[in-house]
Design a protein around this ligand. Sequence first.
Ligand code: SF4
Length: 219
Amino acid sequence: MPQTYINYYKKSLEIIASLPNDKKPSLLLHACCGPCSCFPLAFLCPHFDVTVFFNNSNIYPQSEYLRRLDELRKFLGFFKRDYGYDVKLIVTPYDNEGYNKDLQPFASLPEGQERCFICYRKRMGEAYDFAEKNGYGFFSTVMTISRQKDSQVLNRIGAELEATHQRTRYFYSDYKKNKGIDVGREMRIHYGLYNQLYCGCKYTYAKGLLKAKEKGLDR
Ligand code: SF4
């Protein structure tokens, strides 16, 4: 049966409108890279005490993983300087081989299908567990900024995770909406952040190499 479309951008505004005025709740934000974090951080930080959680063992090879992590660190420095928010960063250990065990059976599928849904759930689930264990009021993921990722699927996963956790609430989002994607792009260009050419895993790495060749870039 087809799923009903839900306006998750509207839901994000409703959650913000319901927050108490006296104290910002804590929010753990799963982030996959610097560019995708730009707009979500600008959107969230006026309302939440945000900590970024980088658990992205999907990224292959390790040099790419480190490059994306470095860009995120660099952006958080600029964000503190220019926006005044001191966002903490938590990084989990990198284990691409272990991570791929669940993805390998779906290796041949194109991006945006079952392999990706498993990939979203693995990272969001791990981050949500951390949020719950460490007393965060909310959890969100920057991934809804991406046009390549289905926000309906991401938010359904978020709702399922909320239902299986007791304390941490899921912050529904569609960060790309209401020009979020454009503002994010402008921020990425303004700060000169590295813009990756493929989603991240070894199954999409060849696509990245091809794009790099077309653009005449060294990898
Ligand atoms: S394409 Fe992206 S979301 Fe899909 S499995 Fe690879 S890294 Fe995960």
